[in-house]
Design a protein around this ligand. Sequence first.
Ligand SMILES: [Zn+2]
Length: 783
Amino acid sequence: MAGKTDGSTGGLAGGRNGGRQLCLHGHFYQPPREDPWMDTILPEGSAAPARHWNERICGESYGPLAWARRTNGTGRIIEIVNCYEWMSFNFGPTLLTWMEQQAPDIYARVLEGDSKSLERLGHGNAIAQIYHHVIMPLATDLEKRAEIAWALADFTARFKRPAEGMWLSEAAVDTRTLELLAQAGVKFTILAPRQARQVADLKQENWTEANEGNLDIREPYLVELPEGRSINVYFYDGPLSQAVAFEGLLRNGDMFWGKLSGLAGKGLLALATDGETYGHHFKFGEMALAFALSQARAGVDDMRLTNYAAYLAENPPRRRARIHENSSWSCAHGVERWRSDCGCCTEHRPGWNQRWRGPLRDGLRAVKTRMDSHYQALGQALFTDAEEAVIQYGRVLSGLMEARAFERAHFKKGLSAARRDTAWKLLNMQKWALSSFASCAWFFDDLARIEPLNALTFALRAMGLGMRTGLEDLEPLLLSHVGQASSNDPAEGSGHDLWTREIRPRRETTESILAQALVRLWAENRLPAPGESAKVSWPGLGVSVGMGLGRNAAAADNTLSGTASIAWSNESGSDDCAWTWERADTGGPLAGCVQVEHAGAAKAPAKCVPASYLSWGKRQALALAWAHRAEADSWARQCAETKQGAHLFLPYREAQTTQTSAGRWGRLWSALCWQWIMGEVVPSRDFLDFLKDLGQVHPERALLGLRVGEALVALLSTQAPDYAPDYAPDYAPDYAEVRRILERAATLGAEPDLWPAQNLYWSRLRGDPASREAGLALGFEPG
Ligand SMILES: [Zn+2]
């Protein structure tokens, strides 16, 4: 019956014939965009003002879904919904790796969404996703097994439970992939309806041809596999998913709900789209989703929310299916989109072709094949089982297994330090080589796009690791294929041109790493004093920089020198060197020149590497490090100045209507406002009126809004326990101060960024009766 208010009923209701069940699935994924040396994402100009696309889509979609607002007619917030708690989802492991480090609050909501759905339904909302989003039918057997094993290890490490389902990249499937999924214990996957070839009842041979028109998608199907295993397959609702993704169904929550409710019936209504549809492709799409989820949670129209695993447990398949080999959800030609000019993705650019896809796939495959045989040849002497070592390496990457334990389990006994180093480099080579096959390199319309260039960069990194373990330079082999490809834009040229211009300069050398470490220390105002050292870290490596004691008498005063040690993550050993940094008299910090001498190496003529040779992304990252530090310093200085200076504002004299040199005060407006908003300075009525007037014309208020928003979070979160019945009475967030700050900010026309404070209030404090007034001030409906 209708009237179930939320999911607290334990998930036991229903059953094969109970209720109309709904599963909304989001596939969340971003192409790997890490610099493969630093293992960090460098700035991407097209995502500006965000640093790069991960950050931008986090702001537009992943964050809004974690805290989706439901508002009343006057715009007040009635509820903040964690959509991950109510929708089925899969996230790319490489995306979650980034999110864990760079957006931990959103990441925590994703994990919480899974654990709460697990409590409610007995099965969590999260399912796994192929580790590097490779097109599985185009991968080798070892690659398939590694991609599945790494994905499962990553899932277990994050969600603290084994995955029940796995999303196949682009839903690209062949029987061998299903076989390996089943072997790994995966219970189900999700395909597009047109990937079904034939269906029959269980244990009967009444096979009939299936197509999108006649396939009953309301039930899971059993796919029986050649080696005796089987796996469950769901087919999602194609037309509905299409309407959500491309036809604007999310523009209106009522319309969205009406469509869902109209289509639901016996069995499961499941729709699957890219998760980014909500908020990124359709701004405020997360609000339409939150509305639909709240309707279903309330049992409106006798609907009930479930997820694939929970439904499967209650409704085991009654029919079998056979699939179309080498099919996918986003290419009508099978999996050709990822290796040939099949005709997909030509609609927006008449006259363009995708003939570049073949040579790109062939080139990457040729070097990977050579790397694999090198790996096998060396690996025999290093690993107890070289293939098994690759498959299990995902446990190290996910943190499930310590490096030392991995060595004990998979390295041959008694390896020297140098041989262990080689073994780790080989595994790292495998990782970046796999990364180069992420599907997005072929998905779009041109070779000169960021995704194919990233794929080639991953290959360059893998080839470099190979060379450090004795493999020949594979660049000629790669270019013999990729050189035959061309961008559709004549200005971008051939694959050869792109390689020379865009890819090769990205290769890190000891000089380029030292240049970045030194300039970053300068940018962050952390250059060590003589005789001291400082550490610079990126996820992929750490550099310990020691500053020499004296200046080189022969060198100019602006030359620094010292030593450095570079340690690579997931490798053993370190690269040690001595460095000299000739800083330019003019032209800024990037115009200088870094030279390196390797410890123990024969004295080679030192190369001078100007930091200005670094790639655009690396220079931009250094510029941002400077801007971040300089802005913080400048704000702190202005705050210190205005705390004193605000007292120098004088009352107006007879007939005076504004402050003498009002413009100068205006340029300090944000910091002056901050003093009053935060209660540091109590201004005169004249001063306050003056600040209000200035606020009418003052253009830059974003930084003030950001700082006030941070201050609100600090006031609400200081030692805050999660609000609970056993709430400690001696603890109280300063609600009154929160209210006062918001009132003062409103008076001055300052626009605080309320998003994080609202999120915190909703998730931890709203149950506290003392918080009511602060809640109102933060924009919530009176509760
Ligand atoms: Zn196609």
